[in-house]
Design a protein around this ligand. Structure first.
Ligand code: NAD
Ligand code: MG
Length: 396
């Protein structure tokens, strides 16, 4: 078995750290070629010392300089430090890189993830926003280059595992009747609807089952995360939204299911530990140890299911609407959500204003055809502008 080179985009985040935990268990299978971070230089420094990548990328020039100095002082002669967003694309397409873990949060991950897809790399996709924004363009890039696209999002990884043998992302599977996309319901599943008005960022990021970055944690509380995942599922599995059903399953033990035409329903189960889908995708089509604890069904005892409440979670309906319209609408939805969640986390707007910001952008920003990536980026820019203006009006 030859050793594979991996580039971890967003190595200092929740998914990035879990990825490196899996890499460290398999030094005979993976070698780290590049690591990237936005501004957590302390963690990136430690990761560079542990994994000795050829490259480390930091967005900000001054941060890059400070990392460079620290690595020299520590005697690291292996790691070259690059800066700027373009460097993310450069390290994603290096010849020594076989696999790219796309674990940057939000739209910032689009261009490097797309670059990896265009270069025919194995793309381990956690960064759902990149796929939601660029949709069919991203899937076409994968098909054209022959890149291998493996889902890291636990639900999509579960669906992928339940798909027919030899299935590849982007193809349709006619023997599949429905995809059952499970959702925990987040921290506010049972909270009085009137009380949602006053929830704080700390309450919103306190997810009952998963420990994740702050943005995706808020998305889980609004269920926009499931909305983005609905769009992600339609793209990855070439399926219309009517064939994807969201099922609330508060225990997060089943990570999603595939319902076949003969009535068979296959489910993938496991502890809520992202190292499981990460290790699955890294070892695919084989398997190796992820470090996750074995599932203890006797302590779990029961699995519950219920239908989602679209009044409690208006963001979920917005996502169904966006995927139905298609074109640049998912990019408009995603950008509005990123701005709204960012503002909520900074104390700028209330939790319940998040779906209002998104609705405003979906109604006011013109939908374009999405022929190419510049059009997608323009839709993203216009939606961010509309969201910021709407938030400023809410605050005045
Ligand atoms: P996080 O906030 O913990 O980490 C984000 C990473 O991206 C960090 O390394 C950060 O430095 C980097 N980053 C942030 N902004 C950047 C920018 N502008 N330019 C370059 N780099 C930037 O987020 P996370 O929870 O690890 O999530 C990462 C992605 O994976 C998200 O798209 C999320 O939806 C998806 N995902 C996460 C989980 C999870 O369990 N955490 C599960 C499924 C999917
Ligand atoms: Mg998920």
């Amino acid at each position: 078995m030859s050793i594979k080179g991996i580039c971890v985009l967003g190595s200092t985040g929740s998914i990035g750290v879990s990825t490196l935990d899996v890499v460290a268990r398999h030094p005979d299978r993976y070698q780290v070629i590049a690591l990237t971070a936005n501004n957590n230089i302390d963690r990136l420094f430690e990761q560079c010392q542990q994994f000795l990548p050829a490259f480390a990328v930091v967005i900000d020039k001054d941060h890059a300089e400070s990392l460079r100095r620290r690595l020299v002082e520590a005697g690291n002669k292996t790691t070259e430090v690059l800066s700027g967003a373009k460097a993310l694309e450069d390290v994603s397409v290096l010849p020594a890189v076989d696999s790219v873990m796309a674990a940057i949060v939000g739209a910032a991950g689009l261009l490097p993830t797309l670059a990896a897809a265009r270069a025919g790399k194995t793309v381990l996709l956690a960064n759902k926003e990149a796929l939601v924004m660029s949709g069919p363009l991203f899937m076409a890039a994968v098909a054209e280059s022959g890149a291998v696209l493996l889902p890291i999002d636990s639900e999509h990884n579960a669906i992928f595992q339940c798909m027919p043998a030899h299935y590849h992302a982007g193809r349709s599977a006619l023997e599949v009747r429905r995809i059952l996309l499970t959702a925990s319901g987040g921290p506010f599943l049972r909270k009085a609807i009137e009380a949602l008005h006053d929830v704080t960022p700390d309450e919103a990021v306190a997810h009952p089952n998963w420990v994740m970055g702050r943005k995706i944690s808020v998305d889980s509380a609004t269920m926009m995360n499931k909305g983005l995942e609905l769009i992600e599922a339609c793209l990855l599995f070439h399926t219309p939204p009517e064939k994807v059903e969201v099922v609330i399953h508060p225990q997060s033990v089943i990570h999603s299911m595939v319902d076949y035409v003969d009535g068979t329903v296959l489910a993938q189960m496991g502890n809520p530990d992202m190292r499981i889908p990460i290790a699955h995708a890294m070892a695919w089509p084989e398997r190796f140890d992820s470090g996750a604890e074995p599932l203890d069904l006797f302590s779990i005892q029961r699995l519950d299911f219920e239908a989602p409440d679209f009044e409690r979670f208006p963001c979920l309906q917005r996502a169904y609407d966006a995927v139905t319209v298609g074109e640049t609408m998912p990019a408009i939805l995603n950008a509005a959500n990123e701005v709204a969640v960012g503002s909520f986390l900074e104390g700028g707007i209330r939790f319940t204003a998040i779906p209002d910001v998104i609705k405003h952008c979906m109604e006011s920003v013109a939908v374009m055809k999405a022929h190419d990536i510049p059009e997608v980026l323009e839709a993203d820019r216009q939606s961010r502008e509309a969201a910021a203006a709407y938030i400023a009006r809410l605050q005045s």
